[in-house]
Ligand binder design. Sequence first.
Ligand code: NAD
Length: 470
Amino acid sequence: MPNSNETINTVFAAQQKHALELRKSTYKQRLAVLKRFETVFNRSNNKLYAAAKADYGKTEAEVDLTEIFAVRTELAHIKSSLKRWMRPKKVMPSLTTFGTSSKIMYEPKGVCLVVSPWNYPYNLTFGPMLTAIAAGNTVMVKPSELTPNMSAVMREIIEEVFETHEVAVFEGDYKVSEHLTSLPLDHIFFTGSPAVGKIVMAAAAKHLTSVTLELGGKSPTIVDETADLKKAARNTMWGKFTNNGQTCIAPDYLFVHESVKDKFVALLKENIQSLYGDNEKIKANPDYCRIVNERHFERVNGLLNNAVEKGASLINGGLTDSDQNFISPTVLDNVASDSKILEEEIFGPLLPVMSYKNLDEVIAYINAKPKPLALYIYSKNNINIDKVLTETSSGDAVINHNMLQFLHPNLPFGGVNNSGIGKAHADYGFIAFSHERSVLRDKFSTTHMFYPPYTPKVKKMIKQTIKFLT
Ligand code: NAD
């Protein structure tokens, strides 16, 4: 579909009209729509793999694990929970509202916009889109322009399953997104960088449109002196180099207790070798994908060069090939504190390692930065774990693993302040796309006894009531 502002406006108007109809939609009707999607999605695997390969060499196993599995998990959870989610929730009356009955109704917000990034396009576009549909909304979808093949497959799927007044997809760059976010939408679900998140929130403010912002940041990993080092090294190398480090919840930097640092660093190298083979051969390994484009290659390579210029040493990797947007899995030591790699979200296959003596230093370092999306701690010491959890803040936290939190269907997923606003997934996603409407019905309340005229008797009763109830 051509993405002129005029077309977008026409579709928006049609969705606004349809959204009013959808307010009346039943569980069965919504389920039928979701099943329509499921049928087409489940027979699109080959197209999904081919597009991911074409965009940045993403391998089939990673598309399966990090994209298709995530979409199917979300959909399965929605299907099994939707009836319960849609049911109005009864709430007990309080003494103040004695004589009334109340409930919370989950009404659809209306026309929702889903803006998604390039790093897990299927997962981060279809996931929120399905939740929005489950909550009874119409959806306008704007996938990333940086992964055009994957966006094209998503468009094909969406156009096969939906009428544009139900779900419409608009490809294109920030100009398309800017027009979409300028509309008086009922909700915007944005996944991307904190910088663009601020622009989206400012645009939403013009209409007081509610937002869910799934953003990024620098997620720390702490390895203390009691940690199972083998497990910590294996999990961290998987979490860091999956999708070439282009994961919002990838470990961004490491803090390792000085007493175990040398041993841990040796284990990191061993694990890179066992995951991807010899450094010199990694370029030919189809399991190791590429940085998404030249601009991001230059950005990540710039972080590497800046760190090395300031004295960082290479524990592993550092091989690059600009023709292929390739940087081998790179681990850096002795990184100067004013290096850019310690300031910006890395979002690529570089991992700076720092050592520490005392956990308080690490906590002070984390707290001096914007709140991260994720925090990981490897430890067997519950006192250390509790201290880190209590004295820091992050969107989510994982003990002795990483990245798994995203796949847990009963955990809210999202950041805090600079790493995000609002939560996604399962019940939390359904609520993000719903308005929780309070409904109170009067039966035999006695509030009229407190109405004017305020005679001495009424005044006394008001005072006594306050005394009794508070
Ligand atoms: P981005 O912010 O550059 O782009 C995201 C989307 O916003 C794209 O579709 C883009 O076209 C659109 N966009 C760009 N400029 C816009 C504007 N002015 N107005 C409205 N929309 C605009 O992010 P990216 O490079 O695609 O993704 C990487 C970032 O996303 C990282 O910071 C990463 O941590 C974050 N991320 C977060 C999550 C999460 O779930 N919290 C998941 C994946 C990625």
